[in-house]
Design a binder for this molecule. Structure first.
Ligand code: MSP
Length: 522
């Protein structure tokens, strides 16, 4: 079975910002975790390139829509490369194969009798590409998200008969695991309870879209087309653009990870479309929260947007990943604060983890011939650090499985904290000055190095770079979480206490994590 996970397919109206990087980094951690467990992972991200918003942006830039999309999607590709995102696919909805998948899917929905003509009247937000629910009869209503005027629309469109799926959608969203976190379910339930209304799936006079077969002058509504990108993305390189083939490559998805802004599309419209086409439904939709900056919404007008490329350049991958995954409960809104960012990175990574490893490995090298010291009682499962490691392992595995990155990160850190505490209590540097304590010192250093090894392995999905540097410092092999599934269970076995080999050479230590010194505001 393939474990398929997706990020949203990002609009290419502008270059990527920290919000899109946030979702993608989290998905990357999840994808790496699943691979390390031995799952065959298909990690999909991509770009949503049709619709009015993109058409207008291209016009404003004096470019053809295609040229505009080529430029921005290349920026996404580069950014994900630089962040070393381990995505297996980057789908663009202007991919010619996508058009054929959309056509085949539409044919199924039409054959189910779910496409009807109707008149669409309402207030539309081009930035959301969405009709808004009755904006309280305001004269000049604004989009609550974008604070921009809504546009009045009145046109004859093709409609999808969403109303026919009321009961099935109610049953679906009542399933405990479908919408996560559970706190987000309410808002969807309330929307569904009001009664599902058919929604238009085509536009007239909008050339920048996929033409609807058999309906001259109509192009597909950008969301109808975009959601299907998740299926087109399943196709392998040489595959014919055939819906069945695509589905056989990894459908249904294990999880769609999205921001809370687009939950309705994923938890209501998309499942109904799939039901209509007679296709299986994704197992889970996870709607995470939104990032703000120093308490304010990030936006161009406030000039406080964090550019993920800049951030990477100035702070490095580990620091940003750590802060975003460790400080913000995935699911809740979170605020990016520069001081807290550098405090956490310096305390957790440079001090707690980095110093623990560095000083222990230096002592071991100095007193035990540049190698892992011999262990006597330290390999036992009743050693206090063995117990701390077992606890950390359980919590990290559970946390990652449930996309609770924060609790996973904290649990891994907790093990390093316990190891530091143990080291300070045992104070091998004083013991070493006494007679007859060499075995005890060896045992204690072994235990701390073993805790460091397990911390590094637990960190592998969250901070692959730091994890790698730690493991190299310990002379260990590096699990590759980026490309293929690990041989079943190898990583899980490595997480067992006592696998560190006494006598194995310890390379010369160098700091695994540089301190973050930000003299200028980001
Ligand atoms: N194109 C649609 C998605 C189609 S999926 C088939 C779209 N694109 S988007 O570019 O606007 O991306 C929205 C997503 O970006 C959010 O759902 C969220 O994952 C991420 N974020 C955008 N701004 C964000 C923050 N300020 N904070 C956190 N994530 C944010 O919607």
């Amino acid at each position: 079975m393939t474990y398929t996970l997706t990020t949203p397919l990002y609009y290419v109206n502008d270059k990527p910002h920290l919000g899109s990087a946030y979702t993608t980094l989290a998905c990357d951690a999840l994808a790496r975790f699943q691979r390390l467990k031995g799952e065959q992972v298909l990690f999909i991200t991509g770009c949503d390139e049709h619709g009015q918003k993109i058409q207008r942006t291209a016009e404003a830039a004096g470019l053809s829509p295609q040229a505009h999309c080529d430029g921005v999607s290349a920026q996404y590709r580069e950014l994900w490369d630089r962040w070393q995102i381990s995505n297996n696919r980057l789908i663009r909805t202007t991919d010619p194969r996508h058009r054929q998948i959309v056509e085949q899917f539409f044919a199924r929905v039409e054959a189910s009798g779910d496409i009807v003509e109707g008149r669409q009247q309402g207030w539309y937000c081009v930035a959301c590409e969405e009709f808004k629910d009755d904006p309280h009869e305001a004269k000049d209503p604004e989009c609550p998200t974008h604070k921009r005027p809504l546009e009045w629309r009145d046109e004859v469109n093709l409609f999808f008969r969403l109303s026919r799926y009321q009961e099935q959608i109610e049953a679906l969203i009542a399933q405990p695991g479908f919408i996560q976190p559970a706190s987000r379910r309410n808002e969807v339930e309330n929307f569904v309870k009001q009664g599902l209304r058919d929604f238009s799936i085509s536009r007239v006079n909008l050339p920048w879209g996929i033409p609807v077969p058999g309906h001259e002058g109509h192009t597909f509504y950008v969301w109808f087309d975009a959601l299907l990108g998740y299926i087109t993305a399943l196709l392998e390189e040489g595959d014919a653009p055939d819906l069945e083939t695509a589905l056989s490559r990894g459908w249904p998805a294990a999880v769609h990870v999205i921001g809370k802004d687009i939950l309705r599309f994923h938890a209501v419209y998309w499942p109904a479309m799939l039901l209509s086409a007679g296709l299986p439904l994704p197992a889970k939709v996870f709607g995470h929260g939104f990032l703000t900056r120093e308490g304010q919404k990030m936006g161009k007008s406030l000039g406080n947007v964090l550019d993920p490329a800049d951030l990477l350049e100035r702070c490095g991958r580990d620091a940003v990943r750590w802060y975003l995954l460790r400080d913000i409960p995935f699911g809740d809104d979170g605020d990016f604060q520069q001081q807290r960012f550098s405090d956490l990175v310096n305390n957790d990574l440079a001090n707690t983890i980095g110093n623990m490893l560095n000083r222990t490995s230096s002592m071991a090298r100095r007193w035990f011939d540049n190698a892992v010291p011999p262990a006597s009682t330290a390999t036992g499962s009743d050693h206090p650090l063995a117990q701390a490691a077992a606890q950390a392992r359980t919590t990290v595995l559970q946390g990652l499985e449930q996309l609770e990155f924060r609790s996973a990160a904290e649990a891994a850190l907790q093990l390093a904290i316990a190891a530091n505490g143990f080291l300070n209590e045992q104070a091998p540097w004083s013991r070493m000055k006494q007679e007859g304590t060499r075995d005890q010192v060896a045992d204690d250093l072994y235990a701390v190095l073993e805790a460091a090894r397990i911390t590094a392995l637990l960190m592998a999905p969250l901070l692959p770079d730091l994890s790698e540097r730690m493991l190299l410092q310990l002379g260990q092999s590096i699990p590759d979480s980026s490309a293929t599934a690990q041989p079943d269970g190898a990583w899980l076995t490595q997480l067992e206490w006592g696998a560190l080999q006494s006598g194995a050479p310890l390379p010369e230590p160098s700091p695994v994590m540089a301190r973050l010194e930000l003299s200028e505001p980001l």
